[in-house]
Design a protein around this ligand. Structure first.
Ligand SMILES: O=C(O)C(=O)C[C@]1(C(=O)O)C=C[C@@H](O)C=C1
Length: 281
């Protein structure tokens, strides 16, 4: 429920938006580490596996998500332009609406959470957890919801990034032309910044290595300093040298971003741009 966008007014600045994307990397890595402490617990993702007294027929995670989103909708979470629900038929807020200045022009209210949910459940969870069932269903689903919400916020942030690029005087006319032509391919080229992506993936790997270290008490001396055995790692190179296991597989975190988070953010950017002129015409 971030309101930091409010200070941006009508023209979101790309640098500030990228700072937010960098901060969300931390949120996502820590959420994945939290989920990875539990086993896969595949039954929480299977519809009809658990008997709900209210007759609900979906999976435990879907039920939990629905209930959480009901509460969050009541306190206006989904009125914030950077928050998108995974479920529908949500209740109206119990509080008066907040006054968000109109930053986005998003007539179709793009929401790709179904795609995010499928990638998360079918690819991410089996990748970051070990196989098996430890019966920690509530704990696992709670972490799943945190991961899903963080991924969704990050990916839908593409709308603000796209708006910022659209408003950039250096590229505005080119964007207008490509939008009118519905030229997806060229839009993708124009909004892609390979250098930013490469730096992101390198930074992400280093972060996943550093945040993923297990600094348990066994590795600390009486003064709380890190003792021999598990040196504090600060780079991918030292991990390769030491062959140290981190709490979440850092290569998986990198491939999650490379194969899904960045491409889905671009998908949101393109969809947003393709409808950017709808209301103006
Ligand atoms: O920073 C941007 O310019 C973005 O559009 C965001 C993002 C990303 O998902 O991180 C996506 C596309 C660009 O190629 C670079 C990065």
């Amino acid at each position: 429920m971030s309101r930091n966008l409010l200070i941006l007014g009508a023209a979101p600045r790309l640098g500030e938006l990228r700072d937010t994307l960098v901060r969300l990397e931390d949120t996502i890595i820590f959420a994945l580490i939290e989920r990875s402490q539990f086993k896969h617990n595949s039954s929480i993702y299977e519809a009809g596996k658990m008997l709900f007294k209210d007759g609900y027929k979906g999976s435990f995670l879907s039920w939990f998500l629905k209930e959480v989103e009901h509460v969050h909708a009541k306190v206006r979470r989904y009125q914030s332009p950077d928050e998108y629900p995974f479920t529908d038929h949500l209740p109206e807020p119990v509080l008066p609406p907040l006054d968000y200045p109109p930053v986005l022009v998003d007539p179709t209210n793009i929401n790709i959470n179904d795609e995010i949910f499928n990638v998360y459940v079918n690819t991410v969870v089996p990748g970051i957890t070990t196989r098996g069932d430890d019966t920690n269903y509530g704990s696992s689903a709670t972490r799943d919801i945190e991961c899903l919400q963080a991924l969704s916020r990050r990916i839908h942030y593409g709308k603000f990034v796209a708006e910022s690029k659209f408003q950039d005087p250096a590229y505005h006319d080119e964007y207008v032309k490509l939008i009118k032509e519905k030229n997806r391919e060229r839009l993708l080229e124009l909004l892609t910044n390979t250098r930013v992506e490469e730096l992101l993936l390198k930074r992400l790997k280093t972060k996943a290595i550093i945040y993923g270290q297990d600094l348990s008490f066994a590795n600390l001396d009486a003064n709380g300093q890190i003792s021999g055995g598990t040196p504090l790692l600060s780079s991918a190179a030292s991990v390769a040298d030491e062959r140290v296991k981190t709490r979440v597989d850092y290569d998986l975190v990198v491939s999650l971003y490379r194969d899904y988070v960045i491409p889905l953010t671009k998908e949101v950017e393109i969809e947003y741009l393709l409808h950017r002129l709808d209301t103006a015409n």
